[in-house]
Ligand binder design. Structure first.
Ligand SMILES: [Fe+2]
Ligand SMILES: [Fe+2]
Length: 364
């Protein structure tokens, strides 16, 4: 008699497919070819951590500290008079639901990174690149694990924003390992690293702060991988190949800018405020006014640059994927999203940190 196997009630959990075809490459040379990638692999092995052991998931959760921790798209809403005027319970409701929206998108992005890293093991041509991508695959599984566990503490997991979904689909579906590398390792990882570090610097809730520090250290290596690998390969490409890669990077960045500053974010955030009982029509003009006053301070601290302009674009420039042609495309989206006074990229002088891990550790 066959033994009955009982499946969980929700089996299978909801899944969604994207067709991903690519060529898997054997490499019969087992000696190191790109030493910098081999070193990165060795570093990754040394720096593994265990989410359920190394973070204190049982510590009491400080709601007030958490409510002081959340900023929206780089806008420090906690420093406004509007925010101080809200009751404590409302601040907590808005904070936890806004953060759940943002952290859910981080979580979905981590799942995308997990799958792309595993694709890179097969798709990249160098053995050093395969070794490294294997460690990244494990890192990303851990990131999915920690973000899922943290979101669970504050709210339900929220659906992925459409721009991010399209970006992940594009990176998973392309057969080109170079496009996967630039779309995930440079653009998406760069944005994630910058945003996680920013959020960590503002976070007063201890678990979130520690979690983001640990995750950012991993992301620093992931970005380093993209930068080192592509810096090695881009000079060997034809002009047409380089232009194609620039276009792919541009499209990835455009989708991320859209999903952060476009209507998806605005509608979600305003919806959260409304359901917390706030009269948005009354509050928004006051906030916009206060924001104008804060802009000077943001400019002084370099905050106006944000992750794409302050990190992703300088990285693309440093690996030779930011021609004048592509700069003009970026200037168009910056003008459309942030106004003509912020549309000129030619005067930007952003120095990338030499040592990304040290940069993450600053202020940890
Ligand atoms: Fe990650
Ligand atoms: Fe990553």
């Amino acid at each position: 008699m066959a033994t009955e196997i009982r499946l969980p009630e929700s089996h299978p959990a909801p899944v969604e497919g994207v067709h991903a075809a690519m060529e898997a490459l054997y490499n019969w040379n087992y000696d190191s070819e790109i030493d910098q990638l081999r070193t990165l692999y060795a570093n990754a092995l040394e720096r593994q951590w265990i989410a359920m052991r190394d973070l204190d998931w049982e510590a009491p959760f400080d709601r007030e500290a958490f409510s002081r921790s959340v900023s929206l798209g780089g806008f420090p809403i906690q420093q406004t008079r509007f925010w101080s005027s809200l009751p404590e319970q409302t601040r907590w409701e808005i904070s936890r639901r806004s953060a759940a929206w943002l952290l859910s998108n981080f979580l979905h992005g981590e799942q995308g990174a997990l799958m792309v890293a595993s694709q890179l093991v097969a798709a990249v041509p160098h053995m050093d690149g395969k070794f490294y991508a294997a460690t990244q695959t494990l890192d990303e599984a851990r990131h999915v694990e920690v973000f899922a566990a943290y979101v669970r503490k504050i709210d339900d997991v929220q659906p992925i924003s459409p721009g991010l979904k399209r970006l992940l689909d594009n990176v998973l579906a392309t057969p080109s390992w170079l496009e996967k590398a630039v779309g995930m390792q440079v653009v998406t990882e760069g944005l994630a690293l910058y945003s996680f570090r920013d959020m960590r610097n503002a976070a007063e809730e201890p678990l979130l702060r520690k979690l983001l520090t640990y995750v950012s250290r991993d992301e620093a290596r992931h970005t380093g991988y993209g930068v080192k690998y592509l810096s090695h390969v881009v000079p060997t490409l034809t002009d047409a190949e380089r232009a194609g890669l620039e276009d792919f990077a541009y499209e990835a960045a455009r989708l991320l800018i859209d999903s952060r500053s476009g209507t998806a974010l605005r509608d979600s955030v305003l919806g959260i405020w409304r359901s917390a009982g706030i009269d948005v029509a009354d509050v928004l003009p006051k906030l916009i006014q206060e924001r104008a006053g804060m802009r000077q301070e943001l400019q002084r601290t370099g905050g106006r640059f944000g992750p794409v302009r302050g990190f992703v674009i300088p990285t693309l420039r440093s690996i030779g994927l930011f021609s004048e042609r592509i700069q003009r495309h970026f200037e168009e989206i910056f003008t459309a999203n942030f106004g003509p006074e912020l549309g000129d990229l030619s005067q930007d002088a952003v120095d990338l940190p030499e040592d990304l891990e040290a940069w993450v550790n600053e202020g940890a």
